[in-house]
Design a protein around this ligand. Structure first.
Ligand code: ATP
Ligand code: MG
Length: 425
Protein backbone atom coordinates (compact mmCIF):
# COMPACT_ATOMS: atom_id res chain seq x y z
CA UNK A 1 0.00 0.00 0.00
CA UNK A 2 1.25 3.48 -0.81
CA UNK A 3 2.06 5.97 1.92
CA UNK A 4 -0.73 8.42 2.80
CA UNK A 5 -0.44 11.79 1.18
CA UNK A 6 -1.60 14.59 3.41
CA UNK A 7 -2.82 18.12 2.82
CA UNK A 8 -0.17 20.82 2.86
CA UNK A 9 0.49 22.30 6.30
CA UNK A 10 -1.80 25.24 7.03
CA UNK A 11 -4.23 24.30 4.23
CA UNK A 12 -7.52 22.90 5.45
CA UNK A 13 -10.12 20.69 3.89
CA UNK A 14 -13.65 21.96 4.35
CA UNK A 15 -15.79 18.91 4.94
CA UNK A 16 -19.46 18.73 3.90
CA UNK A 17 -21.07 19.87 7.19
CA UNK A 18 -18.74 22.83 7.42
CA UNK A 19 -19.14 23.59 3.71
CA UNK A 20 -22.87 23.83 4.24
CA UNK A 21 -22.34 26.42 6.93
CA UNK A 22 -19.89 28.30 4.70
CA UNK A 23 -22.53 28.38 2.05
CA UNK A 24 -24.87 30.07 4.47
CA UNK A 25 -22.17 32.60 5.42
CA UNK A 26 -21.35 33.32 1.80
CA UNK A 27 -24.95 33.78 0.73
CA UNK A 28 -25.65 36.08 3.69
CA UNK A 29 -22.59 38.20 2.87
CA UNK A 30 -23.48 38.29 -0.85
CA UNK A 31 -27.11 39.24 -0.10
CA UNK A 32 -26.15 42.10 2.18
CA UNK A 33 -23.49 43.41 -0.23
CA UNK A 34 -25.96 43.30 -3.12
CA UNK A 35 -28.53 45.16 -1.03
CA UNK A 36 -25.98 48.03 -0.85
CA UNK A 37 -25.57 48.01 -4.65
CA UNK A 38 -22.27 46.05 -4.78
CA UNK A 39 -21.68 43.51 -7.57
CA UNK A 40 -19.43 40.49 -7.58
CA UNK A 41 -16.10 40.49 -9.38
CA UNK A 42 -13.93 37.37 -9.80
CA UNK A 43 -10.25 37.45 -10.64
CA UNK A 44 -7.58 34.76 -11.02
CA UNK A 45 -5.81 33.14 -8.09
CA UNK A 46 -2.43 33.66 -9.77
CA UNK A 47 -1.02 37.05 -10.72
CA UNK A 48 2.37 38.48 -11.65
CA UNK A 49 4.52 38.79 -8.56
CA UNK A 50 5.14 42.44 -9.39
CA UNK A 51 1.47 43.25 -8.86
CA UNK A 52 1.71 42.42 -5.17
CA UNK A 53 5.18 43.78 -4.51
CA UNK A 54 4.16 47.09 -6.06
CA UNK A 55 0.68 47.29 -4.52
CA UNK A 56 1.29 45.99 -1.04
CA UNK A 57 4.80 47.42 -0.64
CA UNK A 58 8.23 45.80 -0.50
CA UNK A 59 8.71 46.41 3.22
CA UNK A 60 5.63 44.56 4.47
CA UNK A 61 5.21 41.19 6.15
CA UNK A 62 3.27 39.87 3.18
CA UNK A 63 5.81 40.73 0.50
CA UNK A 64 8.91 40.11 2.59
CA UNK A 65 7.94 36.81 4.17
CA UNK A 66 4.56 35.43 3.26
CA UNK A 67 4.07 35.11 -0.48
CA UNK A 68 3.87 31.87 -2.40
CA UNK A 69 6.02 32.87 -5.35
CA UNK A 70 7.42 30.61 -8.06
CA UNK A 71 8.66 30.65 -11.63
CA UNK A 72 6.30 29.05 -14.11
CA UNK A 73 7.44 27.04 -17.11
CA UNK A 74 8.13 30.23 -19.06
CA UNK A 75 10.33 31.56 -16.30
CA UNK A 76 7.78 34.24 -15.30
CA UNK A 77 7.52 35.03 -11.61
CA UNK A 78 3.98 34.32 -10.42
CA UNK A 79 2.40 34.59 -6.98
CA UNK A 80 -0.64 32.95 -5.45
CA UNK A 81 -2.70 35.95 -4.41
CA UNK A 82 -2.20 36.87 -0.73
CA UNK A 83 -5.14 39.32 -0.79
CA UNK A 84 -7.79 40.62 -3.16
CA UNK A 85 -7.42 44.40 -3.39
CA UNK A 86 -4.39 44.44 -5.72
CA UNK A 87 -6.08 42.00 -8.14
CA UNK A 88 -9.33 43.95 -8.00
CA UNK A 89 -7.55 47.18 -8.90
CA UNK A 90 -5.53 45.44 -11.62
CA UNK A 91 -8.73 44.01 -13.14
CA UNK A 92 -10.54 47.35 -12.83
CA UNK A 93 -7.76 49.19 -14.67
CA UNK A 94 -7.38 46.48 -17.29
CA UNK A 95 -11.08 46.58 -18.18
CA UNK A 96 -11.47 50.34 -17.99
CA UNK A 97 -13.87 50.20 -15.06
CA UNK A 98 -12.32 52.75 -12.77
CA UNK A 99 -11.43 56.07 -14.34
CA UNK A 100 -14.11 58.72 -13.82
CA UNK A 101 -16.58 56.12 -12.64
CA UNK A 102 -18.15 55.04 -9.42
CA UNK A 103 -17.89 51.29 -8.86
CA UNK A 104 -18.91 49.08 -5.99
CA UNK A 105 -17.49 45.54 -6.07
CA UNK A 106 -17.32 42.53 -3.80
CA UNK A 107 -15.27 39.34 -4.10
CA UNK A 108 -14.85 36.05 -2.32
CA UNK A 109 -12.19 33.40 -2.52
CA UNK A 110 -9.04 31.71 -1.25
CA UNK A 111 -5.89 33.67 -0.40
CA UNK A 112 -2.41 32.29 0.30
CA UNK A 113 0.18 33.41 2.83
CA UNK A 114 3.15 31.44 4.09
CA UNK A 115 2.61 32.20 7.79
CA UNK A 116 3.10 30.04 10.86
CA UNK A 117 -0.10 27.97 10.96
CA UNK A 118 -2.13 28.20 14.18
CA UNK A 119 -5.75 28.56 15.18
CA UNK A 120 -7.27 31.30 13.00
CA UNK A 121 -4.12 31.59 10.89
CA UNK A 122 -3.75 29.40 7.84
CA UNK A 123 -1.67 29.28 4.67
CA UNK A 124 -4.73 28.96 2.50
CA UNK A 125 -7.60 30.98 3.94
CA UNK A 126 -10.61 32.76 2.49
CA UNK A 127 -11.60 36.36 2.33
CA UNK A 128 -14.78 38.15 1.49
CA UNK A 129 -14.02 41.74 0.54
CA UNK A 130 -15.61 44.87 -0.85
CA UNK A 131 -13.99 47.72 -2.80
CA UNK A 132 -15.59 51.03 -3.76
CA UNK A 133 -13.94 53.25 -6.38
CA UNK A 134 -14.37 56.86 -7.40
CA UNK A 135 -15.56 58.23 -4.06
CA UNK A 136 -13.32 60.02 -1.64
CA UNK A 137 -15.53 59.94 1.44
CA UNK A 138 -16.18 60.23 4.30
CA UNK A 139 -19.70 59.19 3.19
CA UNK A 140 -18.38 56.08 1.42
CA UNK A 141 -16.29 55.22 4.52
CA UNK A 142 -19.50 55.30 6.54
CA UNK A 143 -21.25 53.17 3.93
CA UNK A 144 -18.74 50.31 4.05
CA UNK A 145 -18.67 50.45 7.84
CA UNK A 146 -22.47 50.39 8.01
CA UNK A 147 -22.45 47.42 5.63
CA UNK A 148 -20.01 45.52 7.78
CA UNK A 149 -22.15 46.27 10.86
CA UNK A 150 -25.11 44.90 8.91
CA UNK A 151 -23.20 41.62 8.29
CA UNK A 152 -22.73 41.11 12.01
CA UNK A 153 -26.41 41.84 12.63
CA UNK A 154 -27.53 39.30 10.04
CA UNK A 155 -25.13 36.66 11.30
CA UNK A 156 -26.15 37.26 14.92
CA UNK A 157 -22.67 38.20 16.13
CA UNK A 158 -23.06 41.97 16.58
CA UNK A 159 -22.34 41.64 20.30
CA UNK A 160 -19.08 39.76 19.67
CA UNK A 161 -17.23 42.33 17.56
CA UNK A 162 -16.16 45.90 18.06
CA UNK A 163 -14.91 48.54 15.67
CA UNK A 164 -11.57 50.33 15.89
CA UNK A 165 -10.84 53.23 13.59
CA UNK A 166 -7.95 55.56 12.93
CA UNK A 167 -6.84 57.94 10.23
CA UNK A 168 -3.51 57.96 8.40
CA UNK A 169 -4.18 61.44 7.05
CA UNK A 170 -2.74 62.43 3.68
CA UNK A 171 0.84 62.17 2.40
CA UNK A 172 1.75 65.43 4.16
CA UNK A 173 0.39 64.17 7.48
CA UNK A 174 2.34 60.95 7.17
CA UNK A 175 5.61 62.72 6.21
CA UNK A 176 5.33 64.85 9.31
CA UNK A 177 4.37 61.88 11.45
CA UNK A 178 7.13 59.63 10.07
CA UNK A 179 9.71 62.17 11.24
CA UNK A 180 8.18 62.33 14.72
CA UNK A 181 8.14 58.54 14.91
CA UNK A 182 11.74 58.23 13.68
CA UNK A 183 12.90 60.66 16.37
CA UNK A 184 10.93 58.81 19.03
CA UNK A 185 12.12 55.31 18.11
CA UNK A 186 15.71 56.47 17.52
CA UNK A 187 15.70 57.77 21.06
CA UNK A 188 14.66 54.26 22.18
CA UNK A 189 16.79 52.27 19.76
CA UNK A 190 17.94 49.70 22.31
CA UNK A 191 14.39 48.48 22.85
CA UNK A 192 13.67 47.73 19.19
CA UNK A 193 13.74 44.22 17.75
CA UNK A 194 15.29 43.25 14.42
CA UNK A 195 12.09 43.72 12.45
CA UNK A 196 11.47 47.15 13.88
CA UNK A 197 15.02 48.34 13.23
CA UNK A 198 14.49 47.40 9.63
CA UNK A 199 11.12 49.17 9.53
CA UNK A 200 12.57 52.23 11.22
CA UNK A 201 14.61 52.85 8.14
CA UNK A 202 12.02 52.13 5.46
CA UNK A 203 8.62 52.66 7.03
CA UNK A 204 8.54 53.58 10.73
CA UNK A 205 4.71 53.57 10.77
CA UNK A 206 4.86 49.82 10.43
CA UNK A 207 6.58 49.51 13.80
CA UNK A 208 3.21 50.39 15.33
CA UNK A 209 1.84 47.24 13.67
CA UNK A 210 4.35 44.98 15.44
CA UNK A 211 2.91 41.94 17.20
CA UNK A 212 5.94 41.65 19.53
CA UNK A 213 4.56 42.02 23.08
CA UNK A 214 7.95 43.31 24.28
CA UNK A 215 7.35 46.45 22.19
CA UNK A 216 3.79 47.09 23.36
CA UNK A 217 4.64 49.71 26.00
CA UNK A 218 7.08 51.55 23.73
CA UNK A 219 4.49 51.64 20.95
CA UNK A 220 1.80 52.84 23.31
CA UNK A 221 3.97 55.80 24.29
CA UNK A 222 4.73 56.80 20.69
CA UNK A 223 3.48 60.10 19.23
CA UNK A 224 -0.04 59.90 17.79
CA UNK A 225 -0.83 60.59 14.15
CA UNK A 226 -4.04 62.36 15.15
CA UNK A 227 -1.85 65.11 16.59
CA UNK A 228 -0.28 65.71 13.15
CA UNK A 229 -3.65 66.00 11.50
CA UNK A 230 -5.10 69.23 10.19
CA UNK A 231 -7.04 70.69 7.27
CA UNK A 232 -8.99 68.36 5.01
CA UNK A 233 -7.89 64.99 6.40
CA UNK A 234 -8.93 66.18 9.85
CA UNK A 235 -12.34 67.33 8.61
CA UNK A 236 -12.74 63.97 6.81
CA UNK A 237 -12.12 62.05 10.02
CA UNK A 238 -14.39 64.22 12.15
CA UNK A 239 -17.20 63.97 9.63
CA UNK A 240 -16.91 60.19 9.50
CA UNK A 241 -17.16 60.06 13.29
CA UNK A 242 -20.23 62.27 13.08
CA UNK A 243 -21.98 59.99 10.54
CA UNK A 244 -21.10 56.89 12.58
CA UNK A 245 -22.49 58.52 15.74
CA UNK A 246 -25.69 59.32 13.88
CA UNK A 247 -25.92 55.68 12.68
CA UNK A 248 -25.32 54.60 16.30
CA UNK A 249 -22.34 52.51 15.20
CA UNK A 250 -20.02 52.31 18.17
CA UNK A 251 -16.28 52.64 17.60
CA UNK A 252 -13.05 53.24 19.41
CA UNK A 253 -10.30 55.44 17.99
CA UNK A 254 -7.11 53.37 18.11
CA UNK A 255 -4.11 55.63 17.35
CA UNK A 256 -1.81 52.60 16.84
CA UNK A 257 -3.91 51.13 14.05
CA UNK A 258 -1.85 51.60 10.88
CA UNK A 259 -2.57 48.36 8.98
CA UNK A 260 0.21 46.23 7.53
CA UNK A 261 -0.01 47.31 3.90
CA UNK A 262 1.55 50.36 2.30
CA UNK A 263 -1.41 51.46 0.23
CA UNK A 264 -3.61 52.88 2.97
CA UNK A 265 -4.39 56.55 3.65
CA UNK A 266 -7.09 58.47 5.55
CA UNK A 267 -9.58 56.19 7.30
CA UNK A 268 -8.37 52.74 8.39
CA UNK A 269 -10.35 50.32 10.52
CA UNK A 270 -10.55 46.87 12.01
CA UNK A 271 -13.41 44.86 13.46
CA UNK A 272 -11.96 42.85 16.32
CA UNK A 273 -13.19 40.24 18.75
CA UNK A 274 -11.91 38.94 22.05
CA UNK A 275 -13.45 35.51 21.44
CA UNK A 276 -10.83 34.05 19.09
CA UNK A 277 -7.70 34.27 21.22
CA UNK A 278 -4.65 35.85 19.62
CA UNK A 279 -6.19 36.06 16.13
CA UNK A 280 -8.70 38.77 17.00
CA UNK A 281 -9.02 40.67 13.70
CA UNK A 282 -12.08 39.58 11.77
CA UNK A 283 -12.37 42.31 9.16
CA UNK A 284 -10.02 45.10 8.20
CA UNK A 285 -9.64 47.81 5.61
CA UNK A 286 -9.37 51.46 4.76
CA UNK A 287 -8.86 54.08 2.07
CA UNK A 288 -6.22 53.52 -0.56
CA UNK A 289 -6.40 56.57 -2.78
CA UNK A 290 -2.90 56.15 -4.25
CA UNK A 291 -3.10 52.53 -5.35
CA UNK A 292 -4.88 52.86 -8.69
CA UNK A 293 -2.23 55.32 -9.92
CA UNK A 294 0.55 53.20 -8.41
CA UNK A 295 -0.66 50.30 -10.57
CA UNK A 296 -0.74 52.38 -13.73
CA UNK A 297 -4.33 53.68 -13.76
CA UNK A 298 -5.54 57.28 -13.56
CA UNK A 299 -5.68 58.47 -9.97
CA UNK A 300 -8.95 57.25 -8.40
CA UNK A 301 -9.96 57.34 -4.74
CA UNK A 302 -10.88 53.96 -3.28
CA UNK A 303 -11.83 52.24 -0.06
CA UNK A 304 -12.36 48.61 0.87
CA UNK A 305 -12.13 45.91 3.47
CA UNK A 306 -11.57 42.18 3.68
CA UNK A 307 -12.78 39.71 6.26
CA UNK A 308 -11.35 36.32 7.12
CA UNK A 309 -14.01 33.66 6.61
CA UNK A 310 -12.32 31.04 8.83
CA UNK A 311 -12.41 33.50 11.73
CA UNK A 312 -15.95 34.55 10.88
CA UNK A 313 -17.09 30.91 10.75
CA UNK A 314 -15.57 30.28 14.16
CA UNK A 315 -17.39 33.31 15.61
CA UNK A 316 -20.75 32.55 14.03
CA UNK A 317 -20.52 28.82 14.74
CA UNK A 318 -23.41 28.53 17.16
CA UNK A 319 -25.80 29.79 14.49
CA UNK A 320 -25.20 26.74 12.30
CA UNK A 321 -28.65 25.24 12.71
CA UNK A 322 -31.51 24.40 10.36
CA UNK A 323 -29.75 25.47 7.20
CA UNK A 324 -30.41 22.27 5.29
CA UNK A 325 -33.32 21.34 3.08
CA UNK A 326 -35.46 18.53 4.56
CA UNK A 327 -34.14 15.21 3.29
CA UNK A 328 -36.39 12.49 1.89
CA UNK A 329 -34.95 9.02 1.28
CA UNK A 330 -36.43 6.85 -1.47
CA UNK A 331 -36.10 3.20 -0.44
CA UNK A 332 -36.47 1.18 -3.63
CA UNK A 333 -37.01 -2.58 -3.44
CA UNK A 334 -36.30 -4.55 -6.60
CA UNK A 335 -35.56 -3.67 -10.21
CA UNK A 336 -39.02 -2.40 -11.17
CA UNK A 337 -39.32 -0.20 -8.12
CA UNK A 338 -35.82 1.20 -8.73
CA UNK A 339 -36.67 2.13 -12.30
CA UNK A 340 -39.97 3.68 -11.25
CA UNK A 341 -38.42 5.40 -8.22
CA UNK A 342 -35.65 7.04 -10.24
CA UNK A 343 -38.21 8.61 -12.60
CA UNK A 344 -40.41 9.65 -9.66
CA UNK A 345 -37.43 11.27 -7.89
CA UNK A 346 -36.61 13.35 -10.96
CA UNK A 347 -40.18 14.73 -10.97
CA UNK A 348 -40.16 15.36 -7.23
CA UNK A 349 -36.87 17.28 -7.48
CA UNK A 350 -38.33 19.51 -10.20
CA UNK A 351 -41.61 20.09 -8.37
CA UNK A 352 -40.16 20.52 -4.88
CA UNK A 353 -36.84 22.38 -5.11
CA UNK A 354 -36.85 23.07 -1.38
CA UNK A 355 -36.41 19.40 -0.53
CA UNK A 356 -33.50 17.06 -0.95
CA UNK A 357 -34.32 13.61 -2.40
CA UNK A 358 -31.83 10.80 -1.96
CA UNK A 359 -32.51 7.70 -4.03
CA UNK A 360 -31.25 4.41 -2.66
CA UNK A 361 -28.36 3.11 -4.75
CA UNK A 362 -26.76 -0.27 -4.37
CA UNK A 363 -29.94 -2.29 -3.64
CA UNK A 364 -30.24 -4.04 -0.29
CA UNK A 365 -33.05 -5.26 1.97
CA UNK A 366 -35.56 -2.77 3.39
CA UNK A 367 -33.85 -2.80 6.80
CA UNK A 368 -30.47 -1.96 5.22
CA UNK A 369 -32.02 0.81 3.15
CA UNK A 370 -33.74 2.31 6.20
CA UNK A 371 -30.43 2.25 8.03
CA UNK A 372 -28.92 4.30 5.21
CA UNK A 373 -31.96 6.60 5.35
CA UNK A 374 -31.36 7.10 9.06
CA UNK A 375 -27.65 7.77 8.56
CA UNK A 376 -28.42 10.37 5.88
CA UNK A 377 -30.55 12.22 8.47
CA UNK A 378 -33.65 11.90 6.30
CA UNK A 379 -36.90 13.03 7.92
CA UNK A 380 -39.06 10.80 5.74
CA UNK A 381 -38.52 7.58 3.82
CA UNK A 382 -40.65 6.89 0.77
CA UNK A 383 -40.73 3.13 0.40
CA UNK A 384 -41.53 1.61 -2.98
CA UNK A 385 -41.64 -2.13 -3.64
CA UNK A 386 -43.76 -4.44 -5.79
CA UNK A 387 -46.85 -4.14 -3.57
CA UNK A 388 -46.64 -0.30 -3.67
CA UNK A 389 -46.35 -0.41 -7.45
CA UNK A 390 -49.39 -2.71 -7.65
CA UNK A 391 -51.48 -0.32 -5.51
CA UNK A 392 -50.05 2.86 -7.11
CA UNK A 393 -49.19 4.10 -3.62
CA UNK A 394 -45.99 4.82 -1.74
CA UNK A 395 -45.45 3.91 1.89
CA UNK A 396 -44.32 7.01 3.75
CA UNK A 397 -42.31 6.38 6.90
CA UNK A 398 -41.51 9.08 9.45
CA UNK A 399 -37.87 8.66 10.47
CA UNK A 400 -37.69 11.22 13.29
CA UNK A 401 -41.16 11.27 14.85
CA UNK A 402 -43.35 8.58 16.37
CA UNK A 403 -45.95 8.82 13.60
CA UNK A 404 -47.11 5.56 12.02
CA UNK A 405 -46.48 4.75 8.36
CA UNK A 406 -48.99 6.02 5.87
CA UNK A 407 -49.91 5.25 2.25
CA UNK A 408 -49.96 8.07 -0.28
CA UNK A 409 -51.01 7.80 -3.94
CA UNK A 410 -48.09 8.53 -6.24
CA UNK A 411 -50.17 11.24 -7.91
CA UNK A 412 -50.69 12.96 -4.54
CA UNK A 413 -47.11 12.77 -3.30
CA UNK A 414 -46.19 16.33 -4.31
CA UNK A 415 -49.18 17.82 -2.44
CA UNK A 416 -48.49 15.57 0.53
CA UNK A 417 -44.84 16.63 0.73
CA UNK A 418 -45.75 20.30 0.25
CA UNK A 419 -48.03 20.10 3.29
CA UNK A 420 -45.38 18.20 5.18
CA UNK A 421 -42.82 20.91 4.27
CA UNK A 422 -45.13 23.69 5.42
CA UNK A 423 -45.39 22.12 8.87
CA UNK A 424 -41.70 21.18 9.02
CA UNK A 425 -39.51 23.63 10.84
P1 ATP B 1 -3.38 39.67 11.07
O1 ATP B 1 -3.11 40.92 11.83
O2 ATP B 1 -4.28 38.72 11.79
O3 ATP B 1 -2.15 39.05 10.49
P2 ATP B 1 -3.69 41.05 8.58
O4 ATP B 1 -3.61 42.47 8.94
O5 ATP B 1 -2.52 40.37 7.98
O6 ATP B 1 -4.25 40.18 9.82
P3 ATP B 1 -5.42 41.55 6.34
O7 ATP B 1 -4.38 41.43 5.34
O8 ATP B 1 -5.98 42.87 6.66
O9 ATP B 1 -4.98 40.81 7.67
O10 ATP B 1 -6.63 40.57 5.99
C1 ATP B 1 -7.98 40.80 6.40
C2 ATP B 1 -8.51 39.68 7.24
O11 ATP B 1 -8.18 38.41 6.68
C3 ATP B 1 -7.94 39.62 8.64
O12 ATP B 1 -8.59 40.51 9.48
C4 ATP B 1 -8.20 38.17 9.02
O13 ATP B 1 -9.54 38.01 9.45
C5 ATP B 1 -8.02 37.45 7.72
N1 ATP B 1 -6.68 36.83 7.64
C6 ATP B 1 -5.50 37.41 7.32
N2 ATP B 1 -4.49 36.52 7.31
C7 ATP B 1 -5.06 35.32 7.62
C8 ATP B 1 -4.55 33.98 7.74
N3 ATP B 1 -3.28 33.68 7.53
N4 ATP B 1 -5.44 32.99 8.07
C9 ATP B 1 -6.74 33.25 8.27
N5 ATP B 1 -7.27 34.49 8.15
C10 ATP B 1 -6.46 35.51 7.83
MG1 MG C 1 -0.95 39.17 8.72
Amino acid sequence: MGKNIQAIRGMKDILPKEAEFWHYLESTLFDVAKSYGYSEIRFPILESTELFSRAIGEVTDIVEKEMYTFLDRNGDSLTLRPEGTASCVRAGIEHGLLFNQIQRFFYFGPMFRHERPQKGRYRQFHQFGVEAFGLSGPDIDAEVLAMSAQFWQRLGIADKVSLEINTLGDAKTRDKYRELLRDYFRANLAQLDQDSLHRLEFNPLRILDSKNPALAALIKGAPKIIDCLDGEPKAHFLELCDILDNLKIKYQVNPCLVRGLDYYCLTVFEWVTSELGAQGAVCAGGHYDGLVAELGGKSTPAIGFAMGIERLAELAQSKATALTKPKIYLALLGKNATKFGFALAENLRSDLPNFCFITNCGGGALSAQLKRADKSEAVLAIIIGDSELAKNQATVKYMRKGVSDTQVNFAELVTYLKNFGANYA
